[in-house]
Design a binder for this molecule. Structure first.
Ligand SMILES: [Zn+2]
Length: 348
């Protein structure tokens, strides 16, 4: 089969499209024919070698996968050849206390698909059977690939780590990102009033199309004051954050008393300054969120099937242009998702 491999870390990294042996499933594994694979910020960090774990090359990246079951191991009988599936990228162990209690996002021995195991920028990928979710018939491969990681990350943030209540004010940072575009729709679906930030007109218009009630310009250094004005100085109940650094500090400044910032990323910076006095006097919460549980992925697919959660697709590229997809994501001109598909006849 054809697979894109990262041969050397860097900006850009060195990629090669190679012919490699078809993967063979172990007893409890399944080989999935990849029909679409989304590109994520995580892929850029891996390309740069900027992750706090041991990394081995060559490796086929790609963590947001939808496809069709091609081969099953002898103990993966719950799946049949031809089943249409989404693949959960955080390969939870299924054995530890967290996994046993349905909190797979807190798995003690997780592996990152496309980082610690070969991922989806290939014609086929082999994964443990337990990480598959069945696609509802209403959800096609491209939609699934665009929502499987980013959409379920947002679902985990808004319905598990923090809980949006109807009529809450929710501020979504970075409306055009995969997490941001899903978070706007989920917060609206749960009955919240939504403010979204965007750094240009195109991103702010997208936020409005996705249902945001108000948008603010994140290029304006005073944007938290704009959020205060929109809420009649009260502030918001919840901020969905994934940028880190000074944006996280500003997100805390937007909170009402008793409000929560839930964060799942640090694309700008892993450090920030906390005004501890304001934090405890105003009884704020800062909540970390990572990955998703199986039920979050299932809810994401159910919402997509019901038409309540729509993916935002920027561009679909063939496997041969995977490196170009990385370059585009790094330029930060992407609106929504970039997808890679292994061949043009797989564009279903
Ligand atoms: Zn586990």
């Amino acid at each position: 089969m054809k697979a894109v491999q990262l041969l050397a870390h860097g900006v850009p990294g060195r990629f090669d499209l190679r012919e490699v042996p078809d993967p063979i499933p172990a007893a409890m594994e399944v080989v999935v024919e990849v029909r679409a694979c989304g590109l994520n910020r995580l892929d850029l960090w891996f390309e740069q070698g900027d992750l706090p774990i041991a990394l081995q090359l060559p490796r086929t990246p790609g963590c947001e996968i939808a496809g069709r079951v091609l081969r099953t191991g002898p103990q993966a009988q719950e799946w049949s050849v031809g089943d249409e599936v989404a693949v959960q990228s955080n390969l939870f162990c299924g054995q530890c206390a967290s996994c046993q209690s349905g909190e797979e996002s807190m798995c003690l021995q997780p592996l990152m698909l496309g980082v610690q195991r070969d991922g989806g920028f290939a014609e086929q990928v082999v994964v443990p059977a337990r990480v598959l979710a069945r696609l509802p018939k209403e959800v096609d491969f491209k939609s699934a690939a665009a929502l499987t990681l980013a959409g379920s990350t947002a679902m985990h943030m808004l319905t598990d780590r923090a809980r949006v209540r109807a009529s809450d004010w929710v501020l979504v940072i970075g409306a055009s990102s995969g997490v941001g575009s899903a978070a706007i729709q989920i917060a609206k679906g749960l009955g919240a009033q939504v403010i979204a930030t965007g750094s240009n007109n195109a991103k702010r218009s997208l936020a409005t199309r996705l249902g945001a009630d108000w948008v603010v310009d994140s290029q304006d250094p005073q944007w938290p004051e704009e959020v205060r004005k929109l809420t009649a100085k009260r502030g918001v109940d919840l901020v969905v954050e994934h940028v880190g650094g000074d944006t996280l500090r500003k997100a805390l400044a937007c909170l009402a008393r008793g409000g929560t910032v839930v964060t799942c990323g640090a694309t700008a910076s892993k450090d920030f300054q906390l005004d501890l006095w304001s934090f405890f006097v105003r009884q704020h919460r800062l909540v970390g969120s990572y990955s998703r549980n199986r039920r979050d992925l299932q809810a994401t697919l159910d919402w997509a099937a019901a038409g309540k959660l729509k993916p935002v697709l920027d561009e679909v590229l063939p496997l041969e242009q995977t490196a170009e997809a990385y370059a585009r994501l790094r330029r930060r001109t992407v609106l929504g998702k970039l997808l890679v598909i292994p061949s043009t006849d797989a564009a279903v």
